[in-house]
Design a protein around this ligand. Structure first.
Ligand SMILES: [Zn+2]
Ligand SMILES: [Zn+2]
Length: 196
């Protein structure tokens, strides 16, 4: 199962069901099936989807798709729309092929709701979740905090310092889950975390 925009671990794929199942759409056996509940599909009514599953091949073909909350806007079968404060009022015009590609990408497991980040007029590639130690590991000068600040927008960047315990100098862990994205055009790293 290969996705252009999802390069994180399989465990981070929302609605992926463990084990082998028969796809409700193509009736083939697959160990890459997703629950069809809350997906975009015209194969079943919304009520019917609760106990139906769809395989990754059917997802690739668009037999069912996922909506996504992105910085550009809420993406559904009708395209991008401003729903939340973090959505852009006037998103740049994004090639329909790109929108289709993201809809045929699994959602990310999050505590609240995913927010798919964008760069260079495209959706970024989801890489997985990082702990403070990952920032130290990937920082060129072992300054994880600096890398965190470079990657994180102002409204989320208080997390690092706030996570330090009284008297703690080097941050080892935090309560949050931090989601990392990479731009496939320029290599820029960005990330966000579930806000309260
Ligand atoms: Zn299928
Ligand atoms: Zn970029």
């Amino acid at each position: 199962m290969e996705f252009r925009y999802f390069k994180g671990p399989k465990e981070d794929m929302s609605q992926l069901i463990i084990g082998t199942h028969i796809c409700s759409i193509c009736n083939k056996e697959s160990n890459e099936c997703f629950s069809l509940e809350y997906t975009l599909t015209d194969k079943f009514s919304q009520e019917e989807t609760a106990d139906k599953v769809g395989c990754s091949d059917c997802l690739k073909k668009g037999e069912f798709e996922f909506w996504h909350d992105t910085e550009y806007g809420m993406l559904d079968e009708n395209g991008l729309k401003k729903v939340y404060k973090h959505n852009m009022a006037n998103p740049p015009s994004v090639d329909n092929k790109i929108l289709v590609e993201l809809r045929r990408t699994p959602q990310i497991v999050t505590w609240q709701q995913e927010l798919w980040l964008t760069h260079c007029n495209d959706f970024m590639v989801y890489k997985g979740t990082w702990t403070p130690e990952d920032f130290n590991k990937y920082s060129k000068n072992s300054d994880g905090r600096q890398l965190f600040l470079e990657m994180t927008d102002d409204e989320w960047n208080h997390l690092w310092d706030e996570s330090l315990e009284e008297g703690e100098v080097e941050l080892k862990e935090w309560y949050a889950t931090y989601y990392v994205f990479e731009c496939s055009h320029c290599g820029k790293l960005r990330g966000n975390w579930d806000c309260d």
